[in-house]
Design a protein around this ligand. Structure first.
Ligand code: GDP
Length: 350
């Protein structure tokens, strides 16, 4: 009885202690990216962004765009393992009176978190009153068609070898790619992938990105994806700042684990961020000493969300962040994480 229980408690305490040490070791050796490497990647991305701005201004002065900018984990100190990707945000300007947004739950697709952007007032402002009418499909602004416009430009009419030689990089568009991606080799052994991400900022501040629904049936093709990423990351950082917490560290460890374990690669930064935000609502102790406990709890929570087939977005609970996973993927992720609960260290062996 009593001694057995004490012994197993001791065992468990020892296991936790060693997991705690291993998580920090893993963080230092595998997760965290040296500042110098991040700096070089940011510089390469900035060089490309500058070239593209010049090119677009010169070649398409009429295209209604706000200034392009770089974003993503590389700029939030949340990138892990290698500094190898960034997003180039391309904000389109839409005329307020010509376009309106309809939430996905009010459409026949019934998908919260996605939106349709409908062309209005066609009778008074006929086709081609708006520059972006060229990307209208069936009365809606088609993200696919917007991406095609940029694809033609970026893959077709920019002389990347010439720009690359000026910058001393090797640049080429990645084909095929469902997003529009540039591969930039900026050192012999270092590559950066830059995604073009067209973006709409609606009147109420809602951000919509041209990143297609993954299970894109034809009827999903016109859907724009609402982006919560800026607000999610801000909330995570604010919580850590309030209590000196380890949420961002926990997120980075989890991201690295998913990046390094092919069976978990389907789990995205956004899903992990939201799982941590939801966990923060019921768990108060995020001290550095609690990293191992919180990491294990995160795994358990993810298993539970996968079992339910549902991970609500912390900022908009009607959005199910698992809605683009197939049933089989949900089962496989759940199984892998469930097994990891009894041997979490295995996730850290790379
Ligand atoms: P990481 O790529 O896993 O390190 O994490 P990020 O936080 O950089 O997430 C990038 C992903 O989020 C990309 O696939 C984007 O398509 C998507 N995303 C959604 N909204 C945004 C946004 O506002 N900015 C950026 N950069 N990416 C966004």
């Amino acid at each position: 009885g009593g001694t057995g229980a004490t012994q197993s408690n001791l065992m468990r305490a020892r296991m936790r202690l060693s997991l705690q040490e291993h998580l920090w070791e893993f963080y230092q050796n595998n997760v965290n990216i040296p500042a110098e490497e991040q700096g070089m990647a940011r510089r390469a991305a900035l060089d490309i962004c500058a070239e593209l701005r010049v090119f677009l201004h010169a070649k398409l002065p009429d295209m209604p765009l706000r200034e392009m900018y770089l974003s993503g984990s590389l700029y939030d100190d949340l990138q892990v393992v290698t500094a190898d990707h960034a997003q180039l945000m391309v904000p389109l300007i839409l005329e307020k009176n010509l376009w309106s947004s309809i939430p996905g739950e009010d459409t026949i697709m019934n998908v919260p978190g996605f939106w349709l952007v409908r062309r209005e007032n066609l009778e008074y402002f006929p086709r081609n009153s708006s520059y972006w009418d060229r990307c209208m499909v069936g009365g809606y602004l088609s993200p696919k068609s917007v991406l095609e416009v940029f694809d033609k430009l970026v893959a077709g009419s920019i002389n990347w070898p010439a720009i690359g030689s000026v910058l001393d990089y090797i640049i080429h568009p990645v084909v095929p790619s469902e997003t529009l991606t540039l591969e930039v080799q900026y050192e012999i052994d270092r590559k950066l992938y830059v995604d073009f991400l067209p973006l709409l900022v609606m009147e109420d501040g809602t951000s919509l990105i041209a990143k297609p629904h993954r299970l894109a049936a034809e009827r999903h093709e016109n859907l724009w994806r609402q982006s919560f990423s800026v607000a999610e990351k801000a909330r995570l950082r604010a919580l850590d700042q309030e209590d000196g917490g380890c949420r961002c560290t926990c997120l980075k460890v989890a991201k690295a684990v998913c990046k390094l374990n092919p069976t978990l690669s389907r789990l995205s930064a956004s899903q992990l961020t939201n799982a941590i935000l939801l966990l923060s609502e019921k768990e108060g102790d995020w001290t550095q000493e609690a990293l191992a406990d919180r990491f294990l709890q995160l795994l358990r929570e993810l298993v539970a969300h996968l079992e339910a087939g549902r991970l609500p977005c912390a900022l908009s609970p009607k959005v199910n962040l698992f809605c683009e996973l197939t049933e089989q993927e949900v089962d496989e992720l759940g199984y892998t994480l469930y097994c990891a609960l009894s041997d979490p260290e295995a996730l850290l062996r790379t």
